[in-house]
Design a protein around this ligand. Structure first.
Ligand code: ATP
Ligand code: MG
Length: 249
């Protein structure tokens, strides 16, 4: 069953159309990625889903109910790690639950351990590396009570090596705590390695120009990136991104 459905969503800024009749649907437990060039409107899409912006056209349905413009229904992880600097790792991780008045500290501690952050429970974010901060932010998103987690290029600020590690880590923790994820990236590798399904956006005014069901079995390991089938799929995605660019210029 679809957790979220966007139907015919359009959005303009200052008379310039950024999103043009976007349709998308994410089912329970699915990992769906929106792949699009920089400036195509990916973060805007998340702000619409989060109710921070209103669309000019279209509706956003959560669990069968029209919730266009409603806030608080998703757990959102922004492009830059947004940890509260005065709260410890444990206190940051528990924030989403605290806002809803239901804390599960034992589970939070267990997830911090699984994230390789044992011993850092009481550390402040300032003492963590970029990758560690993003793990903390991701655990917080996983622990939040909302049924849909939206991740906006959470690893774009990390170096390639750390990013690859984070991908494997994310998939292992996701398979354990299985949640519905909508992910945004402009990296073809990241989209293919992580997702069940990929939607490709064109440049502005952005439309969904391609949908790919990713055929790779799980669990996935990083050597998948070197296989012929992976490269073939990557080529397919790249051809659509290129076409999307041509449409936009
Ligand atoms: N509040 C706003 N006011 C005016 N224009 C905006 C606003 N927010 C976004 N835009 C414009 O909308 C377009 C899409 O922006 P958005 O941030 O959604 O892109 P993106 O796909 O997330 O890009 P990136 O990959 O670089 O994060 C851009 O041209 C941007 O300048
Ligand atoms: Mg963005």
């Amino acid at each position: 069953m679809a957790i979220i459905e966007m139907n015919g969503i359009s959005k303009s800024f200052d008379g310039r159309k950024v999103l043009d009749r976007i349709d998308l649907q994410v089912n329970e437990g699915e990992f769906v990625t929106i792949l699009g060039p920089s400036g195509s409107g990916k973060s805007t899409l998340f702000q619409l889903i989060g109710g921070l912006l209103l669309p000019e056209e279209g509706s956003i349905i959560f669990n069968g109910k029209d919730q266009t413009g409603k806030r608080g229904l998703i757990s959102y992880m922004p492009q830059q790690p947004a940890l509260l600097p005065w709260r410890t790792v444990l206190q940051n991780v528990l924030l989403g639950q605290e806002l809803r008045g239901k804390k599960d500290e034992a589970k939070a501690r267990e997830m911090i351990k699984r994230a390789g952050l044992s011993g850092f429970e009481d550390a402040l974010p300032g003492a963590l590396s970029g990758g560690m901060k993003q793990r903390v932010a991701f655990i917080r998103a996983l622990l939040s009570p909302q049924s849909l987690i939206c991740l906006d290029e959470p690893f774009s600020a990390l170096d390639d090596f750390t990013r690859e590690e984070m991908h494997e880590w994310l998939l292992s923790i996701w398979s354990n705590y299985r949640r519905t994820i909508l992910f945004v990236t402009h990296s073809l590798d990241e989209a293919l390695f992580l997702s069940d399904r990929i939607l490709v956006l064109s440049t502005n005014p952005a439309q969904v120009i391609h949908e790919m069901v990713v055929p790779f079995a799980r669990p996935r390991q990083s050597d998948l990136l070197l296989t012929g089938e992976f490269l073939e799929r990557k080529r397919e995605l790249a051809s659509y991104i290129k076409r999307g660019d041509l449409n936009g210029s």
